[in-house]
Structures are given as structure tokens and as C-alpha cells.
Design a protein around this ligand. Structure first.
Ligand SMILES: [Zn+2]
Ligand SMILES: [Zn+2]
Length: 289
């Protein structure tokens, strides 16, 4: 399996001098199977560059795109995804029904005339949609995929993707639970309050997870559906994750700030004697698993 990050930022794209290292595009990850078959995770602004690459490579096989949820930062790349304008392309969008609406109607409204000059029906590619259910299991291109509900302000899915005994979990936009009254995260409360999610992630090779805030900011943002790097580190230890990937950064965080978050997270893992390693996702990063 191979991963490539095309967008790592939460909320809104943030181009500029302060985001050159980790990137300013919103979530999009390319996953390749051992047979080089493609799976795309989320369709944030990073999807645009991935689309250009697929066009350049004349990629004409079915493109499967799994959507975690429909907040703007996870779908805003769709209207600018070049394969949609190519009659040789076939694209299958996977996502949950939300607020009583199926994925087809949600993504069609995103491209209705008030928002965009071209509607989804006018696109040249063959486009299909498939509903994803929670705690379900299915196969795409040899990947075994299981789903789980996470804790966010809108219904959101985590995906565990396995192939040849290797697995990744994509779990963004999730607020890990900690004791409401305690100031800081601690192992005991993370363990007690996140048992199901810990089991879902148990032993995975890579956990790609929201680490939107530092611990001090997190105290002001409880209930917003995101997680601090410290709580995430404790969660990674409990789930015996092999590699933790910091992801979905606060748009206000500079490259220097993300360097600090990474250093702090690695320190917590080390202090707890964990085997878990930590990296910070950045645009263009490729990982072979
Ligand atoms: Zn988001
Ligand atoms: Zn969200």
C-alpha cells in the first residue's frame, strides 16, 4: 500500500509563506494498492492537484472517492477535479446519507447554479454515487474497508482500510472524549471514554487523525469536534498504533507551530515508553506501507 498527501489542512485553504512546508490545501489523500489501484480519501482542495496528475497520466480506470463528511473543507475540490470533465473518466463517490439526503443530492447542490457555473449533470465523466453505512464492511479494488462513527459536529465516518495485513485508519474531524471538568488529557480518561474507537484503530500501521489544536486552544474549543495533539498521542498509545500522523491542522497554525506540535507529540509518546512513532502530514509526502 502507498499513501500520498495532497491536502492536510483543516477548515479552509491557507496559501502563503507560513504554510509552505506542510501545505495549505484541505484534506485529500491518494491511496494505492499493491497493484497500484487507486482509492481517494476526501475531496478537499488538494483533490484539484491530484486530478491534474491523473489527467496527465491518462488514468481511465474507475476513481473511487470516499467522503468522510460534507463540511466544505472535505468537498471543495470536487468542482475543480479535472477527471469530471473527461468523458473517458468514471468516478464513484462514496458517502453517508446526511440530514435525510443521499450523497448524490448533497454533492449536486454543491454545484447548483448559485454556487458554480456547471452542474453535476453537465459533466462529461460517468459519475455514480454509493451510500456508506456505519459499522459496515466492503471491498474496493482489493482494499477491505470498515467504517465507524466519530464525534463531530456533523455525521462523520472514519475508514479503516486494509490490504495484505497492512492497515491505515483515516479518522479526521473527530473530538476524542476526555473528562469534561479536567483541564488536561490523561491516559485513564482517554481510555475510559473512547473504548470503541480505540478498538477500531487497534494495531493499525498508520492512524491519520485530526490534530487541529494544541492543548491550550483545545480547552477553549471543547464540543467543536476536533482533537488536541496531546489527547491524540494518548489515544495512539492506548490503540497501539504503530505510526501516528498529525493531520487537519488549524488554518492559523504556521509551519513552525506544526513543527512544535510534532516535537511535543513525539515527546509525550517517548515519555510514556510507547512504541508508537509520530509524523506530521505534509503535502506531497508519500508513505510506503
Ligand atoms: Zn474538516
Ligand atoms: Zn468537519
Amino acid at each position: 500500500m502507498m499513501l500520498k498527501f495532497w491536502g492536510t489542512r483543516g477548515s479552509i485553504p491557507v496559501p502563503g509563506d507560513n504554510t509552505l512546508k506542510y501545505g495549505g490545501n484541505t484534506p485529500c489523500i491518494e491511496v494505492r494498492s499493491s497493484n497500484n489501484e487507486l482509492l481517494v480519501l476526501d475531496a478537499g482542495s488538494g483533490l484539484r492537484e491530484l486530478g491534474k496528475k491523473l489527467q496527465k497520466d491518462n488514468y481511465n480506470s474507475l476513481i473511487n472517492i470516499l467522503i468522510s463528511h460534507y463540511h466544505w473543507d472535505h468537498i471543495q475540490g470536487i468542482p475543480f477535479f479535472l477527471p469530471l470533465y473527461n468523458e473517458k473518466s468514471s468516478i464513484l463517490f462514496w458517502g453517508e446519507n446526511s440530514d435525510g439526503q443521499p450523497i448524490e443530492s448533497i454533492l449536486s447542490s454543491q454545484m447548483s447554479s448559485n454556487y458554480f457555473p456547471i452542474t453535476i449533470k453537465d459533466l462529461a465523466a460517468k459519475i455514480k454515487f454509493k451510500e456508506v453505512k456505519i459499522e459496515d464492511s466492503f471491498y474496493i479494488n482489493g482494499f477491505n474497508i470498515t467504517t465507524f462513527r466519530v464525534n463531530h459536529s456533523s455525521p462523520t465516518i472514519a475508514y479503516r482500510i486494509s490490504e495484505n495485513n497492512k492497515s491505515i485508519v483515516y479518522m479526521t474531524d473527530n473530538e476524542l472524549n476526555i473528562e469534561k471538568n479536567s483541564g488536561d488529557s490523561d491516559l485513564l480518561s482517554v481510555d475510559k471514554l473512547n473504548k470503541n474507537l480505540i478498538e477500531f484503530c487497534r494495531g493499525c500501521d498508520y492512524l491519520i487523525h485530526d490534530s487541529m489544536y494544541d492543548e491550550a486552544t483545545m480547552l477553549l474549543k471543547k464540543g467543536w469536534g476536533h482533537t488536541s495533539n496531546i489527547t491524540l498521542a494518548l489515544f495512539g498509545i492506548l490503540a497501539e498504533v504503530k505510526n501516528l500522523v498529525l493531520f487537519h491542522y488549524n488554518p492559523d497554525y504556521s509551519d513552525d507551530k506544526i513543527d512544535q506540535l510534532l516535537e511535543e507529540t513525539s515527546k509525550i509518546l517517548k515519555e510514556n515508553g510507547a512504541a508508537t512513532k509520530c509524523i506530521a502530514a505534509k503535502e506531497g509526502l508519500e508513505i510506503s506501507i
